[in-house]
Design a protein around this ligand. Structure first.
Ligand SMILES: Cc1cc2nc3c(=O)[nH]c(=O)nc-3n(C[C@H](O)[C@H](O)[C@H](O)COP(=O)(O)OP(=O)(O)OC[C@H]3O[C@@H](n4cnc5c(N)ncnc54)[C@H](O)[C@@H]3O)c2cc1C
Length: 309
């Protein structure tokens, strides 16, 4: 045999060989609780910034518990980096007036992009009850935001169906209404089967949903923690995931390598199916998302500019 045979993907093509780097990415962070977490977040933002993401977004804690921290983080990103910062906003436990005030203050601070969500109640497992004077769901929130200012708006989508939906058709219908209300794109809950995403994308297209549907990618390095998240949002964790991470509990570096490989292969298959924008749930850590972007051919924009000069 001449040289080393490359690893092949399921279609028999060399893994990662035909990804041209012609992708766009976005990164999601959560607002830090402590000074140490703030430092980690900031290092991650700075590490990922040269990849020139389309935007970075900052989540909003259950029940609006992070309102000030989300605001402060989004504003700092907008002020101190070249990145477009998007603020997540939910309808939980707030009146319409309170939510509108938050939105107005974002607009005044130059924040033009909101990820508009219904949100979940602060007590885990409880069912959502809209505030009597609040927005009832994400459709109502999108309408409310559009009445305040011409925000760019992203909304949530669920390839494996939202756990509270009657069925997939009702869930897709809800997505259609969010787009119809003025949302520009949908970002999906995380998933681990590319076929599941493609099916969802096809069903959405068949319903006339033309807005882009961006896959949300969660690089998994801790299966137990991911299982906890997945239980709450209805995402399935395949059996092979447990087997892959078996025996790696005390080997964090090996776990990271496995995690990057698994997520990069998922992205590679999505790329082969035409996906060109990936949204990464970074959990405020840069390494995994950076490595996956690199495997997909993305390179720091500053280096490329310097080399060209
Ligand atoms: C990309 C992304 C980012 C997220 N960020 C956050 C965050 O920052 N903070 C946070 O707390 N949560 C966040 N979440 C989680 C989200 O808040 C929950 O999944 C929540 O349960 C649903 O929010 P939604 O915006 O999808 O709700 P909606 O689109 O309003 O839908 C929720 C459910 O209600 C059903 N429904 C809605 N309206 C009707 C109606 N009129 N009649 C019947 N059924 C209806 C829908 O089909 C669906 O099952 C995020 C999720 C994603 C995918």
């Amino acid at each position: 045999m001449n040289g080393l045979a490359p690893a092949l993907d399921r279609a028999g093509r060399p893994l990662f060989a035909d990804v041209a780097g012609d992708i766009e990415v976005s990164f999601e962070f959560f607002p830090p609780r402590t000074e140490k977490m703030e430092q980690t977040l900031w290092e991650s933002v700075k590490t990922l910034e040269p990849l020139a993401p389309r935007f970075v977004s900052v989540t909003y804690g259950a029940g609006g518990s992070t309102r000030e921290r989300t605001h402060a983080t989004v504003e700092r990103i907008a002020r101190e980096t070249s990145l477009q910062a998007a603020a997540h906003l939910t309808c939980v436990e707030a009146t319409r007036e309170e939510i509108d005030d938050v939105a107005r203050s974002y607009w005044a601070a130059g924040i033009r992009h909101v990820v508009a969500l219904r949100g979940d109640p602060p007590e885990q497992g409880a069912s959502f009850r809209p505030h009597p004077e609040g927005y009832a769901n994400a459709v109502a929130l999108v309408n409310g935001l559009k009445a305040i200012a011409p925000f760019e708006i992203s909304v949530a989508a669920y390839p494996e169906c939202h756990p509270e939906s009657r069925n997939k058709a009702a869930d897709l219908d809800n997505l259609w209404r969010k787009i119809d209300a003025g949302a520009d794109r949908a970002i999906t809950q995380f998933f681990f089967s590319p076929e599941c995403f493609f099916r969802f994308r096809d069903q959405a297209a068949a319903m006339g949903i033309e807005a882009e549907i961006v896959p949300g990618i969660l690089p998994v390095s801790n299966v137990a923690q991911t299982r906890k998240f997945a239980g709450q949002c209805g995402a399935a964790i395949p059996d092979w995931m447990d087997r892959l991470f078996e025996g790696l509990d005390n080997l964090p570096a090996a776990r990271q390598l496995v995690a990057a490989t698994v997520a990069a292969e998922l992205c590679g298959q999505l790329y082969a199916g035409g996906v060109r924008h990936f949204h990464f749930y970074t959990l405020n850590r840069a390494e995994l998302s950076y490595a996956i972007c690199h495997l997909l051919g993305l390179r720091p924009k500053t280096n490329i500019q310097e080399q060209a000069a």
